[in-house]
Design a protein around this ligand. Sequence first.
Ligand SMILES: O=C(O)c1ccccc1NCC(=O)[C@H](O)[C@H](O)COP(=O)(O)O
Length: 210
Amino acid sequence: MPTTAKICGLSTPETLDAAVAGGASHVGFVFFPPSPRNLGFEQAAALAAQVPGHVAKVGVFVNPDDALLDAAIAAGRLDAVQLHKTTPERAAAIRARVPVWVAIAVKTRADLNAAAAFAGAADRILYDAKTPEGAALPGGMGLRFDWELLRGHRLAMPWALSGGLDSTSVAEAVRITGAPLVDISSGVESAPGTKDVDKIAAFLKAVAQC
Ligand SMILES: O=C(O)c1ccccc1NCC(=O)[C@H](O)[C@H](O)COP(=O)(O)O
């Protein structure tokens, strides 16, 4: 199966176009005000209108309440929500309304065990690098974890790899982990929150060669 890619934290028409033109399977819209990638609802609606049907729109949230979820799902016409810092109970409740990705923050092998609790409560697990205690963001910080932790990894649900990827490292990451889907944010930016069309194109070209 070819590796597919999600470009996360898009916020402009030009960079969204680059992701779609380069063959991204998913695009990510962040709904978390402390993030430099945070979208307003009108901005999300305009971007969503630009996404063709074969590309899935994933909203990224940190422990959201129902009001934020409802507004963002409607504005961004979201196909799935990606939840950071959630619980199996909350993920299951949200999954009754919309497909759910759950981010699992990884630093050590023991962290991988957290995924099992989301069986039946998530549609996909996103293994992402754990950010430091007290960090402003739980993702999108360009940090990577030891990919060897996922060598030979088996999970009875779809999953994806994230954290510190870029166009020069993604082939090795996929070779080691066998990730079916890779997710990237800061590795295709020129500054926090500023996506770069050339970096997006280079990353997606590298993924296509995996
Ligand atoms: O990207 C953000 O600003 C963000 C904010 C709050 C929660 C999650 C966030 N990003 C999650 C992602 O899916 C990122 O793509 C993922 O962490 C990888 O980021 P990077 O290491 O920068 O490629």
